[in-house]
Each structure stands twice: as structure tokens, then as C-alpha cells.
Design a protein around this ligand. Structure first.
Ligand SMILES: [Zn+2]
Ligand SMILES: [Zn+2]
Ligand SMILES: [Zn+2]
Length: 145
């Protein structure tokens, strides 16, 4: 799968040493269009790299501190992240209450700003993202059958 960004360049500009583990993990993250947890990355990478879950947690923490990835949502005690590279500006998410799938709502951006203005929040707002909950199309279809 094609990567939208070069992992080596990202690590370099974040002043992180490009170790094999960081590089391979970041490659994996950049091929993922949707959010991921440490456990999911571990499942995907353990066949090609000798790494344990604790190391993945540690690397994800470093990546988050450097704004390479961002936290999306915590579900049942599991933290989900997504890539925060330049191709993935911050956006809102839809969470299906039936299958637990997290869907990025990237196209919402403009309407979202109007909506936020209407909320009339009496503080200095630096950023807002929405978490929308409901039933995804897949679950809706299988329910109707
Ligand atoms: Zn990118
Ligand atoms: Zn669903
Ligand atoms: Zn997203």
C-alpha cells in the first residue's frame, strides 16, 4: 500500500532517531486509513518484527507527544489513535453503537464551523471536534434484512 508520507522524514523532522521499530510501526500507521489501537498494530506487525506490546505503547506515546499521531477516542478502556500527518487534518468522528466501528468524518469541516458558531461557547475556543454516535450503514442494512 502506498504511504502518503515518508516515515524517515517524519521521524527526522520530529528529532527522533529512526530505529527499525519506529520506522516499521510508523509505516504501518501511515498505511492505515482509519484509527487503530496498540493491540491492533501488534497483531499486524508481530509477524514481521520482533516487538512486544509494551514497546508499541511506548513508541505510540512518543509519537503522540511529537504530534505524529493523535488520540481519537477511548473505547472500553482501549485508546484509539490515528495518523496526524499533514494529509490528516483534525476532524470529527462517527462511532457505531452496534459494531463499534470508528468512521472519520473528514468532509464535515465547513458545516462544522457554522455549527460551532451557533453553539456560542463563552470561552476562547482553540479547536473543536465532534463525536457523533449512531448506527453505521452496514449495521443498518443487516438490521433491515
Ligand atoms: Zn501523510
Ligand atoms: Zn456498525
Ligand atoms: Zn479520523
Amino acid at each position: 500500500m502506498k504511504l502518503c508520507c515518508n516515515s524517515k522524514d517524519i521521524l527526522k523532522s520530529s528529532h527522533l532517531k529512526a530505529t527499525e521499530k519506529r520506522l516499521k510501526l510508523l509505516n504501518l500507521i501511515l498505511t492505515r486509513a482509519s484509527s487503530f489501537s496498540a493491540g491492533q498494530l501488534f497483531d499486524d506487525i508481530q509477524h514481521i518484527l520482533a516487538i512486544d506490546l509494551a514497546t508499541i505503547y511506548r513508541i505510540l506515546q512518543i509519537f503522540e507527544e511529537k504530534n505524529i499521531i493523535r488520540k481519537v477516542v477511548e473505547k472500553n478502556g482501549v485508546q484509539y489513535y490515528e495518523s496526524a500527518c499533514e494529509h490528516q487534518p483534525e476532524h470529527s468522528h462517527f462511532i457505531c453503537e452496534s459494531c463499534d466501528q470508528i468512521i472519520c468524518l473528514k468532509d464535515l469541516k465547513e458545516n462544522e464551523q457554522d455549527f460551532i458558531k451557533k453553539l456560542d461557547i463563552p470561552y476562547d475556543v482553540s479547536r473543536i471536534t465532534l463525536f457523533v454516535k449512531g448506527i453505521c450503514n452496514k449495521c443498518k442494512e443487516s438490521d433491515e434484512q
